[in-house]
Design a protein around this ligand. Structure first.
Ligand code: B16
Ligand code: MG
Length: 218
């Protein structure tokens, strides 16, 4: 049977944690006198925690000592985790379990490829951890998206060649990473944002089992 590597991003693909990142970043930015909007939050999708804080400080024209910088990073994460702690299965995005179960039935290897250092905690919270053959997250890679390292590591862990992998991503930086890894890129979200993806769907309710079967065959 044909085997492909199916790699899923986490935030924005499996769960919508961007809303919690927004609340936590906004509180933090405002506490140091910096404004933070939803539009700016969009630009942080798929971007690591450290790079995100660097961007926020740049937008607000602020510079901090190294100590203050790491203190703010921990404060942001503590606040973010207070939302994550209340998560449960009801926060899984529509039809995600259906697609995962279909791939498992079809004996296709499945990986998580996320920039988040909280990926395992979140998957445990929503009870999906056991669906993945490997988890590659912000703790396991040196270079963040758009660098392809996260997806190439996932492919290696699955034992599947990069050009036989399919990536589901909601962030522009993630689509660029998948393309750079020579993988099939599937955007989950808006066509105008994810214009470099090979395919774009609004969400998983638009993805049929026939479409997945074709991906497995070709
Ligand atoms: P953490 P993904 C990314 O996750 C988020 O999209 C991004 O907004 C966040 O800053 C990043 O994870 C780091 O998250 O602070 O939990 O380590 O979309 O790559 O799954
Ligand atoms: Mg994402």
């Amino acid at each position: 049977m044909n085997k492909k590597g199916f790699i899923f991003d986490l935030d924005g693909v499996i769960v919508d944690t961007a809303k919690y990142h927004f609340l936590a970043w906004k509180k933090l930015a405002n506490s140091v006198g910096v404004d933070f909007t939803e539009t700016q939050n969009e630009q942080l999708k798929g971007v690591s925690r450290k790079k995100s804080l660097e961007k926020i400080l740049k937008w607000g024209n602020k510079s901090l000592s190294e100590d203050e910088f790491s203190k703010l990073m921990s404060l942001k994460n503590e606040d973010y985790l207070s939302y994550v702690n209340n998560m449960d299965e009801s926060e899984i995005l529509p039809d995600v379990p259906k697609i995962l179960n279909f791939l498992i039935e079809e004996k296709q290897p499945i990986a998580l490829g996320s920039a988040s250092k909280n990926a395992r905690t979140i998957l445990e919270k929503v009870n999906l951890l056991s669906k993945f053959n490997t988890i590659v997250d912000g703790n396991g890679v040196a270079k963040g998206k758009p660098n392809p390292e996260v997806f190439l590591t996932a492919a290696k862990n699955l034992g599947i060649k990069a050009d036989k992998c399919i990536v589901f991503e909601d962030a522009k930086a993630g689509i660029e990473a998948a393309n750079a890894a020579n993988m099939v890129s599937i955007g989950i979200g808006e066509k105008d944002v994810l214009q470099n993806a090979d395919y774009v769907f609004k969400d998983f309710t638009e993805i049929s089992e026939e479409f997945i079967t074709e991906l497995i065959k070709n």
